[in-house]
Write a protein that binds this ligand. Sequence first.
Ligand code: 13P
Ligand code: SF4
Length: 334
Amino acid sequence: MDALIAAKDKLNNKGFLDIDLDPTLDLYEEIQKLKKEKNAILLAHYYQESEIQDIADYIGDSLGLAQKAASTDADIIVFAGVHFMAETAKMLNPGKKVLLPDLKAGCSLADSCPAPVFRKFKEKYPDHVVVSYINCTADLKTMTDICCTSTNAEAIIESIPKDKPIIFAPDKNLGAYLQKKTGRDMILWNGACMVHEIFSKEKIVKLQNRHPKAQLIAHPECEAHLLDIADHVGSTSSLLRYTKESTYTEFIVATEPGIIHQMEKASPNKIFYPAPPNNTCACNECPHMRLNTMEKLYLCMKYELPEIHLSERVIKEGRLCIDRMLDVSAKAGL
Ligand code: 13P
Ligand code: SF4
């Protein structure tokens, strides 16, 4: 109990447990032990650092992670991902403890669409169906008719009656891509992912010139001028599948480079080039996803902090659009 109080104190405003660790501790072993002891499942997104991916019980894209969170019988869900993913897991499992190693692991897309501003915007279009990308806050989900991820977005749009106009939030790039693919009448919220907007088309074209046999593969959060020249566009799981199944052996990967770990594991003889950003830093790494570390993960599992809390109202109202999404996905075999 004393240790728990001390740990809570260490959490304070930081968003993670700031406790010094013995550097000789084998974090891999310790985390494995904690998983067993606490009947905890560790879910990790493809954008996590390689070490975290390697210790996860399940690695996936946003849809796969939501599906896994919905079906798990573990007592504790530890989310190595970002805040909206852990919130989604909590909405799907209100009775379970959901932990996130760093509460400040947010998302620029979720931040771009504050719920009170969106409420006013939505009031202007009372006859529109609201489709929100899962990369949004729990509050936004309470105002959403149906959620989507990059894997099921087309199926979700197609599930809406053809005569119904749509508000799509918060990603304008994914929205524009869907508008083009489905020909639907859509109003787009003006949000974007900081990671996918930083790629330099000029540098990518130069890289293509240096590696003329490489395929350009891109996530639909990228801007249209990149998607237009890509050989394949898809969610992280779709990009991974494409690299496994393709007869090509070189790929320029225009998404967060964390996914390359799984691509290299699945196809050790293929070569993957991370798409270059429009500056010299490692800005194509998601600064939110990368807040999670093995140390924070271990501490979070040991002390069961930080934990995700949502009000009953948000869980009840926010969950509806996720349940609808999971239903359409299941019917579409996704
Ligand atoms: P997917 O997991 O749907 O590929 O989306 C990527 C992403 O940006 C998650 O934050
Ligand atoms: Fe959000 Fe982009 Fe990071 Fe995904 S990669 S969590 S969309 S900021």
